[in-house]
Design a protein around this ligand. Structure first.
Ligand code: GLP
Length: 629
């Protein structure tokens, strides 16, 4: 739908697919066609490649085309965008290794045709190496098609904000946010290399065509900026707008902030579904800073909503309808209010005591999003099971493990403490970048279990209800390379069968597809699919929560659970118990960087929004959306 109104907002062609799998199928098919056409003409195809989680599904599809469709890469020359610096090619997080593990080892590309900037050259030789990289690209005839991801700072390759439009391959210093994003992969922010070698914006712009891929809700804001904002140094991806053959290939979640999705009435004549009118009216109220019930026809007309008010108005009726809809989402009884009329309540009154299953992809996701709701469910006497799908061991910094192991060794007066002593030995022997041994991961998992228990205790949840599933996809995997398998799904299926919940709380439905949350949700979805048809499944409400720092918007929310100031304190304490997840280095600036601060701020923000609508004024609110597969 590249109509005139759309072009008024979008400064670069955008393609949106329901999910990443469908999106990459198109791009991979395009690459395959181009490779084959060149093969037929006896020529090379020069492909620019990217790293990060984003291109992983594309590489999977290319491997599949190679295996099942006979696509040969023998006439392909590749150039990767970037590499950390300094870093050894064998380092588990080096892009050399990443590319081998994700693509090169599985296709028939001749080794000498692969180019990845080196993180191994000496500091004095970097400049020459960067120049040689540029020359190699030129010698290959330039890049035919460059695949790109996008960082949260809007960077492409490692061209951080401030990179000039004409920059070339060079050594750059990494941004704080980029390092934070990489901290998990490197098992701690302090392990992340400070520099990187990257193709410049100019180098990238020289490619004959550019395809930027993005998935998941976490990219939505930066995508909006890059697509709709003025091109500017502070957002290097926005420079792509000037390229004659660049496009963005997105999934629905990463495209969700684009005007065409956020405010479709501004780019055409949308179908005014109840959700869309709720969205439009909620936004109108907030943008005019007027409570819902005070909006008048003129407000609608002057703000692009004439059609809505003409079709469904007058304002008075619309206002009341939306006010009531939002009002009805609010409940202090997340498990349903016994003996109450539940016609307009999010949850059913019966049965009064429900079996509740809370699925937390990693320890802490649960309390980040719903500690307040958990406290209420516990106080109302529901039969709760909290299942941690993965151990979360990868998220524990070595320092934390050392701290705990030393404590155990000292407390046991050096006598037994076999595991703890072995852990200390392993930590001594282990380089900062080395992968954890099985034992070390096990020990780190204990740390997270302990934290999870302490957190739930704060919420008043009975600790005997906790299940640590330690799903194999996580235990046997590493970040970006998790693969859900039968063992994962059957484990969850067993749990569901055993607990037959009336309510499930889950997350990850619109997360980055390679993230732990998304994998956790995939496992749940597959398990539930197998149980379809059973009476309890048909009767089960699935409530989606968000623990990734982005709360559901008011127009989406179907259950809003208020927290009192005291409950909010408990929530902060519960999150605080996840000691291994706090920053390892105290941050002394104004930013609220700690998880509990952010979660509390978010819940307060939601309450403020409801207050601005003219609804009741609460201290904080937690939000849920019902999942209807
Ligand atoms: C890194 C890479 C970029 C990549 C970005 C986003 O910074 N240098 O090329 O686009 O991460 O990563 P992800 O795809 O994992 O979100």
């Amino acid at each position: 739908m590249q109509n005139g109104e759309l072009q008024a907002f979008e400064r670069i062609p955008v393609e949106i697919y329901p999910d990443a799998t469908k999106a990459v199928a198109t791009v991979a098919a395009e690459i395959a066609t181009a490779i084959r056409e060149r093969q037929a003409a006896g020529r090379d195809f020069v492909l620019g490649l990217a790293t990060g989680s984003t291109p992983v599904p594309l590489y999977k599809e290319l491997i599949r085309l190679h295996r099942e469709d006979g696509l040969s890469f023998s006439n392909v020359i590749t150039f990767n965008l970037d590499e950390y610096f300094p870093i050894g090619h064998e380092h588990p997080e080096s892009y050399h290794r990443f590319m081998k593990e994700q693509l090169f080892d599985y296709i028939d590309i001749p080794e000498e045709r692969i180019h990845v900037p080196s993180g191994e050259v000496g500091r004095d030789d970097v400049f020459a190496a960067c120049q040689a990289y540029e020359e190699a690209i030129a010698a290959a005839g330039g890049i035919d098609m460059q695949i790109l991801g996008i960082g949260r700072t809007g960077h492409i390759g490692f061209n951080e904000p401030g990179s000039g439009m004409r920059s070339r391959t060079r050594l750059v210093t990494l941004d704080r946010l980029t390092k934070l994003d990489a901290a998990r992969d490197f098992l701690g922010e302090h392990n992340v290399p400070r520099y990187a070698v990257t193709m410049g914006v100019g180098t990238i712009m020289d490619a004959r065509s550019l395809v930027l891929l993005a998935w998941g809700r976490s990219k939505a804001e930066v995508i909006k900026q890059a697509v709709e904002g003025e091109p500017r140094d502070s957002l290097p991806a926005s420079f792509l707008q000037a390229h004659p053959s660049a496009r963005f290939v997105l999934d629905e979640a990463s495209a969700s902030e684009l005007t065409r999705n956020r405010q479709p009435w501004r780019v055409g004549f949308p179908d005014w579904t109840p959700e869309l009118s709720r969205k439009a009216i909620a936004e109108l109220s907030l943008s005019l800073d007027k409570p819902l019930l005070k909006l008048v026809d003129k407000d609608y007309q002057e703000n692009g909503l004439s059609e809505l008010v003409t079709e469904q108005g007058p304002a008075y009726g619309l206002n009341i309808r939306i006010f009531n809809e939002l009002q009805h989402t609010i409940t202090g009884w997340p498990g349903g209010k016994p003996d109450a009329d539940d016609t307009y309540r999010p949850e059913r009154a019966q049965p009064a005591r429900k079996r509740v299953l809370v699925l937390s992809p990693e320890p802490q996701d649960d309390v980040l999003a719903m500690a307040g709701t958990l406290s209420r469910l516990a106080a109302h006497g529901h039969d709760i099971t909290v299942a941690y799908q993965t151990s979360g061991s990868l998220g524990v910094p070595d320092e934390e493990a050392r701290w705990a192991a030393e404590l155990i060794v000292e407390a046991s007066r050096g006598e037994e403490a076999v595991l703890a002593k072995r852990v200390l030995l392993e930590l001594d022997e282990k380089g900062a970048f080395d992968q954890d041994t099985k034992q070390l991961r096990e020990f780190k998992a204990y740390i997270r279990r302990n934290e999870a228990r302490a957190a739930l205790q704060r919420c008043g949840v009975d600790l005997s209800c906790i299940r640590f599933l330690d799903l194999p996809f996580y235990e046997n995997g590493r970040y970006r390379q998790f693969q859900v398998g039968e063992a994962d799904v059957s484990e969850l299926e067993k749990l569901l069968r055993r607990s037959m919940p009336h309510q499930v709380y889950a997350t990850g439905s619109d997360a980055d597809p390679s993230s732990v949350s998304a994998k956790g949700f995939e496992v749940f979805r597959c398990a539930l699919e197998r149980l379809r048809g059973e009476a309890w499944v048909e009767d089960c409400y699935v409530w989606l929560y968000r623990s990734d720092g982005r709360e559901w918007a008011a127009h989406q929310t179907e259950m809003s659970v208020p927290c009192s100031p005291d409950e909010l304190k408990i929530k902060a304490q519960a999150i605080y118990q996840h000691r291994s997840q706090r920053s390892q280095v105290p941050v002394l600036d104004e930013e609220q960087t700690e998880a509990w601060e952010q979660a509390i701020a978010r819940n307060r923000q939601t309450a403020t929004t409801y207050d601005r609508f003219g609804l009741a004024e609460y201290e904080a609110i937690e939000c849920f959306v019902r999942w209807r597969p």
